[in-house]
Design a protein around this ligand. Structure first.
Ligand SMILES: NC(=O)C1=CN([C@@H]2O[C@H](COP(=O)(O)OP(=O)(O)OC[C@H]3O[C@@H](n4cnc5c(N)ncnc54)[C@H](O)[C@@H]3O)[C@@H](O)[C@H]2O)C=CC1
Ligand SMILES: CC(=O)C(C)=O
Length: 254
């Protein structure tokens, strides 16, 4: 894959982790389709970046019908997909006691059903290549149960099962698929989860490396999982969490 212009699709590509990856790959000369439900941000991105290699498509991942249409348009535009990134997701932080069924369903619909719709529709296009790469954006919270509530952690745990099932089914047909499990990357999502200075300070105390993750951290990890350098890595979870999922910060241990 190295040295060749790639056809890249980023679902949830107009904000945060997805957008940063889009910008990076455009700067490397790749062709990118970004899809998202937030078309205002999508149009602004088209204006801001003003790059003929970028194509934006309105996409609500919860709709199977719309997802099929989106991938028909991608087929028309690209013909095949070398790289698929699934970054669309929401969080609505709630405790067990406050969570209602609507919030559970909305989170599952976007984070899990939406992922299923997107990956299912993409598979025929990924199979057109001898080798293609898929990276799902999961979350460390599916390992710890914290960071968004049971609905969020469960949806992201489901993403791991989906990723493994696709790896199991398509490894021998060239689809390489892995999942990144970030925690606290500086994006608009984190601003809503930790809105006050106090909550941010508390958060930083819990991260062994003592800082939040950056979009450069996520983009570099996704680039690695899309590159030839990761060809023997399949069906894996890569944590991007400053050590927070498996370690305790020194401040907390003392
Ligand atoms: N920021 C963080 O610290 C972490 C983020 N994540 C995950 O990373 C992914 C990206 O999150 P961020 O970039 O931080 O957030 P973000 O809010 O900046 O980006 C998420 C994107 O998903 C899109 N989206 C939401 N609902 C959609 C729908 N129904 N159809 C299509 N697109 C939809 C949004 O419009 C937005 O552009 C999410 O799946 C999130 O759960 C996981 C762990 C930590
Ligand atoms: C949003 C998320 O997944 C966190 C904070 O881990």
């Amino acid at each position: 894959m190295q040295g060749k212009t790639e056809n890249i699709v980023v679902i949830g590509g107009v904000s945060g982790i997805g957008r940063d990856f889009v910008v990076d790959r455009l700067s490397k000369g790749d062709r990118v389709v970004a899809t998202d439900v937030n078309s205002k941000a999508g149009m602004e991105m088209i204006d801001d970046l003003s790059n003929s290699n970028l194509h934006y498509i309105h996409h609500d991942v919860t709709s199977e019908e719309m997802t099929k249409r989106v991938f028909q348009e991608i087929t028309h535009h690209f013909g095949n997909i070398d790289v698929l990134i699934c970054s669309a997701g929401i969080t609505m932080k709630k405790n067990w006691d406050d969570l209602d069924l609507d919030q559970w369903e909305k989170t599952m619909d976007i984070n899990l059903m939406g992922l299923f719709n997107s990956v299912k529709a993409a598979i025929p296009l990924l199979l057109k290549n001898a080798k293609s790469k898929v990276v799902i954006v999961g979350s460390g919270s599916s390992f710890t149960g914290s960071g968004g509530g049971v609905h969020y952690a469960t949806s992201k745990g489901g993403a791991i099962g989906l990723m493994r099932a696709v790896a199991q089914a398509y490894s021998d047909r060239g689809i390489h698929i892995n999942l990144i499990a970030p925690r606290v990357i500086e994006t608009p999502m984190i601003e809503t989860l930790y809105p006050t200075e106090e909550s941010r300070k508390e958060l930083l105390r819990s991260i062994p490396l003592g800082r939040m993750g950056t979009l450069e951290d996520t983009t570099e990890a996704i680039n690695f999982l899309c590159s030839d350098a990761s060809d023997y890595i399949q069906g894996q979870v890569l944590f991007l969490d400053g050590g927070r999922t498996h370690l305790k910060s020194r401040e907390i241990l003392q």
